[in-house]
Design a protein around this ligand. Structure first.
Ligand code: NAP
Length: 246
């Protein structure tokens, strides 16, 4: 009997996921939500858009004869990570995850940890010029900006700001020199961040450290247990090589 190729479904939307996707041969599937750039130079199949919840993903896994789900989504994309675990259990295939380590505060760093938007806006109350670097969520709060604050919101969206907010549409990676120039020009007094980890967006923390600025840090969501967890792209690729040959 001819052995069936073992197909992986890679859930992405991060730079690390794209590094894995670049190594996947035809037969494997790279899945994106469709918010960012869709690569057109991969050898694997690229699919775009939601599955319709975990039931939809389970149906997809079965219909496409997927043998392994790899969650390489962003550490704050908690819904798709939960869906991946539920769907792979329902479809009886293993679920792996790439969970890169978060950044750690250094000795003189002033990190103020918050769990949600209400805590975040409370922590920002003493400040006048925050730089938001946690995606599009602040865009929903532009009409709540206190009179003593002017916000800079850096995200992927090209949107109009208002008299109290400037939207800076930009995509990482960000360099140390670039961040230094931005902080110098805008005189931010606090940085708002997710603890994304990795090097692509870390320079802002170094500049905050240099300038002695506090960082309001949104805590990571708790993600579900998976069958195998990896911290590095190279570890995933090695395990995937072994899986494909098994
Ligand atoms: P989320 O809240 O966990 O997911 C919302 C819904 O989007 C999911 O239920 C799923 O829809 C769909 N989805 C998300 N990732 C998908 C994927 N790789 N393939 C197919 N469908 C996907 O996610 P989010 O925080 O909005 O982030 C969306 C995407 O952007 C993620 O893929 C993530 O890796 C990337 N991203 C997120 C952040 C962040 O800070 N959250 C930062 C950088 C990149 P259905 O339920 O219909 O299947």
């Amino acid at each position: 009997m001819m052995r069936q190729a073992r197909r992986a479904l890679l859930l992405g939307g991060t730079g690390d996921a794209l590094k894995i996707a670049r190594q996947l041969g035809p037969g494997h599937v790279y899945s994106l939500a469709g918010l960012g750039k869709v690569p057109d130079d991969l050898r694997c199949t690229v699919r775009v858009g939601g599955f319709g919840g975990s039931d939809g993903m389970a149906r997809y896994i079965e219909a496409e004869r997927i043998g392994l789900v790899i969650d390489a989504t962003h550490p704050y994309a908690a819904q798709i990570s939960a869906n991946a675990v539920h769907a792979s259990r329902a479809a009886r295939v293993p679920c792996w995850a790439l969970r890169r380590e978060g950044w750690q505060p250094q000795a003189a760093d002033d990190w103020r940890m918050v769990g949600d938007w209400a805590e975040l806006s409370g922590a920002l109350a003493p400040f006048a010029k925050p730089l938001f670097t946690l995606g599009r969520e602040p865009l929903a709060h532009l009409d709540e900006i206190p009179p003593h604050q002017f916000w800079t919101v850096r995200c992927l969206d090209h949107e109009e700001g208002n008299s109290r907010a400037r939207i800076l549409a930009a995509r990482g990676p960000f360099t140390l020199e670039g961040e230094r120039a931005l902080f110098r020009a805008e005189a931010f007094d606090v940085v708002v961040s997710k603890n994304s980890g990795g090097s692509a967006t870390e320079a802002k923390l170094e500049v905050a450290r240099e300038l002695g600025l506090p960082v309001v840090m949104l805590r990571r969501p708790v993600l579900p247990d998976v069958d195998r967890e990896f911290a590095q792209v190279s570890e995933v690729l090695q395990a995937l090589g072994e899986f494909s040959q098994a």
